[in-house]
Design a protein around this ligand. Structure first.
Ligand code: UP6
Length: 273
């Protein structure tokens, strides 16, 4: 899938949320996902309304919003329809199957009812996937496994990463790809195993054009390093777009969103040749 277009991949992807994401990427010529890690509901919505035209996907951490109420989700869904993007709650589930099924379906946030895509740490083993699938699969949702992380000293390397890919391969009806720093084609597969038809999406955080990291272990690479050189599909950008200061300059947010969209798309065009 390294040199195939998003459109070619969309046409044959069996998972509805993966297909919708690939179609959206192609339609909007954007492989940019903005991570909206702000703590006030109105700022959250303002940023999304401004970056909406430039993104295929909006990534949320709803549990950091201080004034969360159900109407916020309705407004998020209205923006998703207005600007034509999908929603990814970056919940990073990490518990036993029964617990994650409850965390995904219930509680204050009811993530499964509105988030097209969510993610999980593979650390509990395959039961985390079957637990989440029991809720998400009937709704047409998709799951990403965290096969690698962007942070300095991450433990998700080597055989852990390989096992994550094997776990995904065994549940490819619901696992649509990975949070990772590179393509995972054939990783962890035995020589005899045919993996030519697999198409896992690689969504990659730790992307920045102006900074190489922060003071808390985050590491940034450029869209060219991530998409052209490492074969990733979607760039996830947070502070590179909405800034690190307090207060949000909405004009600057729009400028950065268009800048990262253009950089991500150019990097993709370079990759497919
Ligand atoms: N994220 C990472 N690295 C990972 C997995 N997830 O940074 O390996 C998430 C963070 C944050 C976003 O939880 O929401 O991606 C990155 O934000 P930033 O661009 O502001 O650093």
């Amino acid at each position: 899938s390294q040199t195939q277009t998003y459109a070619q991949r969309a046409a044959k992807h069996p998972n509805p949320s993966a297909k919708a994401l690939l179609d959206t990427i192609e339609r909007k010529k954007s492989n940019l996902c903005v991570s909206v890690d702000v703590t006030k509901g109105d700022e959250f919505l303002n940023v999304i309304d401004v970056v909406g035209p430039y993104v295929c996907l909006i990534k949320t951490h709803v549990d950091i919003i201080e004034d969360f109420e159900t109407s916020l989700i309705e407004k998020l869904q209205a923006l998703s329809a207005k600007h034509d993007f999908l929603i990814f709650e970056d919940r990073k589930f990490a518990d036993i199957g029964n617990t994650v099924a409850l965390q995904y379906s219930s509680g204050v946030h009811k993530i499964a009812t509105w988030s097209h895509i969510t993610n999980a740490h593979p650390v509990p083993g395959p039961s985390i996937v079957t637990g989440l699938a029991s809720v998400g699969k009937p709704l047409g949702r998709g799951l990403l496994l965290l096969a690698e992380m962007s942070t300095k000293g991450s433990l998700a390397t080597g055989t852990y990463t390989e096992e994550a890919v094997r776990m995904a391969r065994a549940h490819s009806d619901f696992v649509i790809g990975f949070i990772a720093q590179r393509r995972m084609d054939g990783v962890g597969a035995s020589a005899a195993q045919s993996v030519v038809d697999e198409d896992f999406l690689i969504l990659t955080p730790g992307v920045g054009l102006d900074s190489r990291g922060d003071s808390m272990g985050q590491q940034y690479r450029t869209p060219k390093e991530v998409v052209t050189e490492s074969g990733c599909d979607v760039i996830i950008v947070g502070r590179g777009i909405y800034g690190t200061g307090n207060g949000i300059d909405i004009q600057a947010v729009q400028t950065q969103a268009e800048r990262y969209r253009a950089a991500g798309w150019a990097a993709y065009l370079d990759r497919i040749g």
